[in-house]
Design a protein around this ligand. Sequence first.
Ligand code: NI
Length: 137
Amino acid sequence: MITRFSTALEPDLLAAFDLFLTRHGYQNRSEAVRDLIRKNLVDEQWRSARGSVVGVISLAYAHQQHKLQDHLTDLQHEDHDLILSTTHIHLDHDNCLEVIMVRGPASRVKTLADRLIALRGVKHGGLTITASGQVSK
Ligand code: NI
């Protein structure tokens, strides 16, 4: 069952939202709103999760990007207690893929992934997590 609700937005915000729909290939606003709500609810659930999670952070980047490798290493050393292993794959002449296996409190793992993915030069990044059996929702 679907419930309709209406909402009010400033014109500028709506215009920006419509551009977002175009960029992401949404056919209508409803589907995009549903996805954004789900994403935020999952995110919140995640951040409030207690206990330990295990996950994989993947990062695709061009290794020539100035100081990017230093920043990646610095951030990983700051949270060295979260990191189980890091695998670096040279994809081609310019591009690298780094796969980092992590274990620790959900909020810290998510924050680390966010910081790594946000680094300038990281073209694509992701975090896949699974519960280690100690997570309570
Ligand atoms: Ni490489």
